[in-house]
Design a binder for this molecule. Structure first.
Ligand SMILES: NC(=O)c1ccc[n+]([C@@H]2O[C@H](COP(=O)([O-])OP(=O)(O)OC[C@H]3O[C@@H](n4cnc5c(N)ncnc54)[C@H](OP(=O)(O)O)[C@@H]3O)[C@@H](O)[C@H]2O)c1
Length: 318
């Protein structure tokens, strides 16, 4: 089969012809119709996860999100049957062994896979797992925030677009930090106000708008230094969360702020809830920019989320 892979951690992603995967004992073989692209994909290929002790298999096939159709099942598989449309996040050891920028993938049936419900197309389903799953997980973890002010930094991207909607729907007053071109879309998602980091100092502007402090900071973009500059916006007793492992938990505890370095807890149930929310119209999925597998390597270093272009989805058969 054909796939986008790297030969080693310093190599550029290229199209490779690799052995076809097979459904082993307890595994499903999925013909991938669409692979969602996330920032973590390049981080894995660059070796950032190896630095955290994760093993890899080379060539390392890129990608963790996908939607497709079950082509075959191994012995003792009960959850799925050939012909089922499925989607999910395959982030399994060793890294690259279940990559999704490929024509096929074989994975254990108990992996984070769920059925694609009627009313959801496979391209949209492929955009949901990592970004939507993180957003739903964060919203679940924060609990009810009716009337509370939440600031989302990096709100225009994959996670932020879902999270803005989940938190606004739960009654929070959502402030966002995103480029000006995304402001109208975020307002349509329920944001009360957007701050453009290119136009204002975020600590100054949000501090002036919220003199009593904010209840929650969710930061999807900042490094440790920028996060530390934003965390004082949170009032004592509030929460500051980073999806980029940028929070100094002990330091912020000294100021009475509960800091979280968030790691998504993906489950098949979370995927199913996400898909149901999209089908029910409770949350809008991002617009999509489809690219052919052959074109993917040259496009991967570009921003994933520019407004007007949409979230990148790779079509292996496109
Ligand atoms: N820990 C976990 O379990 C977990 C799960 C999911 C995602 N993540 C991580 O969370 C982050 C966000 O994911 P995503 O899928 O939403 O990424 P994304 O789609 O690339 O969106 C990131 C957004 O942040 C904005 N941005 C970049 N630099 C910024 C800065 N200095 N200040 C404010 N905004 C900035 C970008 O705007 P422009 O396009 O204008 O630059 C973009 O809209 C990624 O680092 C991802 O790896 C972690």
């Amino acid at each position: 089969m054909r796939a986008v892979a790297v030969a080693n951690y310093s190599a550029r992603p290229t199209i490779m012809e690799l052995p076809d995967p097979r459904a082993g004992h307890g595994e499903v073989l999925v013909a991938i119709r669409a692979a969602g692209v996330n920032p973590i994909d390049l981080a894995i290929a660059n070796g950032e996860w190896a630095a955290r002790g994760a093993d890899a298999r080379f060539p390392l096939i890129m990608g963790i999100d996908m939607a497709g159709v079950v082509e075959a099942v191994g012995e003792h598989v009960t959850r799925f049957a050939p012909g089922d449309a499925v989607f999910g996040q395959l982030f399994l050891p060793p890294l690259g062994s279940t990559g999704t920028y490929a024509e096929q993938v074989a994975a254990p049936e108990e992996a984070n896979l769920a059925r694609v419900p009627p009313g959801l197309d496979l391209e949209t389903a492929a955009t949901l797992p990592t970004a939507g799953g993180a957003a739903l997980n964060i919203a679940d973890g924060l609990g009810p925030l009716t009337g509370e002010t939440v600031l989302i930094v990096g709100a225009a991207g994959g996670v932020g677009s879902f999270l803005t909607q989940f938190l606004a729907a739960s009654g929070a007053r959502v402030l966002t930090v995103a480029r000006a071109g995304a402001a109208d879309r975020l307002r349509a998602y329920g944001a009360a106000e957007n701050f453009d980091r290119a136009a204002v100092s975020i600590p100054d502007a949000v501090g002036a708008a919220c003199p009593d402090g904010i209840a929650v900071l969710v930061d999807l973009a900042s490094d440790a230094e920028a996060f530390a500059a934003l965390a004082p916006l949170v009032r004592v007793g509030g929460t500051a969360l980073s999806t980029r492992f940028a929070a100094d938990v002990d330091d912020l505890a000294d100021y009475g702020i509960s800091a979280i370095n968030f790691a998504v807890n993906m489950t098949p149930d979370l995927l199913a809830r996400l898909a149901d929310a999209v089908v029910a119209g409770q949350v809008a999925a991002p617009s999509i920019r489809t690219v052919r597998l052959d074109d993917a390597p040259s496009l991967l270093s570009r921003s994933l989320t520019s407004d007007g272009e949409g979230r990148m989805v790779i079509l292996p058969a496109g």
